[in-house]
Design a protein around this ligand. Sequence first.
Ligand SMILES: [Zn+2]
Ligand SMILES: [Zn+2]
Ligand SMILES: [Zn+2]
Length: 254
Amino acid sequence: MKLTFLGTGTSTGVPSIACDCETCRSSDSRDKRLRVSILIEHRDKKILVDTSSDFRQQALRANIRFLDAVLITHCHVDHVFGLDDIRPLNFRYGAMGVYANETAWRDLRRIFEYIFNPTHFGGGLPQLIPHTVQHNSPFCVGEDLEVRPLEVIHGKLPVVAYRFNDFAYATDLKTIPPDTMDNLRDLDVLVLDCVRIKPHSTHLCLEEALAIIDNLKPNRAFLTHLNHDIMYERDSHLLPENVQFAYDGLVVEN
Ligand SMILES: [Zn+2]
Ligand SMILES: [Zn+2]
Ligand SMILES: [Zn+2]
């Protein structure tokens, strides 16, 4: 399994527009964060999680030339506003399977109405094959890559975390229901939301994220959806040995 972090920033990205803080002025490439997204690769299969606002830039940077599927965590702007940019892949390979929960599909159909209720043809619309995921109803992509959707809660919004064999990706959440916790054990790699050091109403803060990691005990954990309060070099000493801040371009394999 190979996981590539395409983006690790909170909804504004880092640097944040018009901010002069230490992180936003940092020249360390690990402090430059596009909006969150990952690429999962296993044998010849490639799965994208979220078409972020920065998807076009991310796809070019990571040289994405094909995708077997796109998984959506939830329909917030930072996670879905790159959806239109799957079109070049549609032009080459046709319609693409897109997976999301029922809540996200309701919002996606409203926000991207032009895709689902086109008023004209011939303009090169994105071509999706919509699939609705259910909590703890796994499906396979290829022969030996199991994708298990798991519900987590982001304020009040049900968001989908995804487990891929012994990797898991859980961003944009404040609480993890017990049943999901049970399904996140025995992981090699856990990627977890951690928006900032101090508490936040809809995201995990550092202390909460570390408590969950301590409970689940993955071999390795990576924190993502980071805002500019977190500076890679300055703040990494706050983390236990098996935990690190993710950064754009980081590749994790087993
Ligand atoms: Zn987000
Ligand atoms: Zn800043
Ligand atoms: Zn969100």
